[in-house]
Design a binder for this molecule. Sequence first.
Ligand SMILES: *Cc1c(COP(=O)(O)O)cnc(C)c1O
Length: 377
Amino acid sequence: MIPFNKPYLTGKETHYIYDAVNSGKISGNGKYTQKCQTFFESNYGFKKCLLTTSCTDALEMAAILINIKEGDEVIVPSFTFVSTAIAFVRQGAKIVFADSYSDNPNFDTDKIEALITDKTKAIVPVHYAGVACDMDMIMELSAKYNLFVIEDAAQAIDSFYIGKNGVKRALGSIGHLAAFSFHETKNIISGEGGMLTINDDRFISRAEIIWEKGTNRAEFFRGEVNKYGWVDTGSSFLPSEIIAAFLWAQIENIEQIQNKRKELWNRYFENLNQEPPSNFALPTVPDYATNNGHMFYITTKSIEDRNRLIEKLKLNGFYAVFHYISLHSSPYYIEKHDGRILEKSDNFTDCLLRLPMFYELENSNIDAICKIILENA
Ligand SMILES: *Cc1c(COP(=O)(O)O)cnc(C)c1O
């Protein structure tokens, strides 16, 4: 059976872990943590990076940093992973779910303004499959209504947004704060892992405190204060050096990993892009976005079509999967949702099909998968 995902190892992971263990420093914020953070800061224009134990954790830090409290409203796409919403729900926020575009699971930015009220505190764009949301428009709304923008960039490492002014910026460098994931299903991995990026200076020193259990330990180790103690709220959001050492091996190979994934993505696209078009839709990448080869999916015309394709692929030894159940109709939130129908999001819930995508996937596998899809769609 060809799996849906297979974590890729560069071969250097255990070498760096061995080095971390041997150095005697295996708790957080050591040499490897610094190396990883510095890499991301200097290559992608993030003002400050802090590694976290997951993207969920990074989103929780963001919710604490912008002081989300009971009664605040946060605008989140419905077609996303639960973490996007839960980080704000834990702080007492009410989630106002936004619908997707018809040809792209990202939330439809033309429909966001109508969701803003005097209680709205933040907008959380999710760059689905690493494809940018319309960030110029979101940042305009943010300025007009004084809202924070927290990018859920879990899937968006090494992907970019090209603004109306022609400037290309890394996803995760545009909102006030952003969260990345290094979960084993993402492009660059550490098993579990994540990162908060801080692009607004106002949040940097407090973020370091929240990161290390509400203490000013980071300042202390830089010699900026002569003792450290409990100064704010926080938690233990930082990963151990063992995780950071693993991540460093991945970072060293990021270019090679990204090139390979994009090559696989393009092969899927070229194989499936038939004239006349088949009975399913291919992913779209707007002009303002780039593709980072995170995910390849198709959108079928019905749930029955999707189920049939999953079965056919399985019979031939390929494991294809679907996700997400629209969050507005999830068991946890359905009673709290305001009742609006989010038709596009529900359509992706029924019809989006993710195909196997991982570094070691072979071209012959892609060709076989595409053949099955074209014959059975
Ligand atoms: C993977 C993912 C997350 C969660 O990442 P973790 O590192 O597992 O916490 C959040 N949001 C989106 C959109 C994701 O794809």
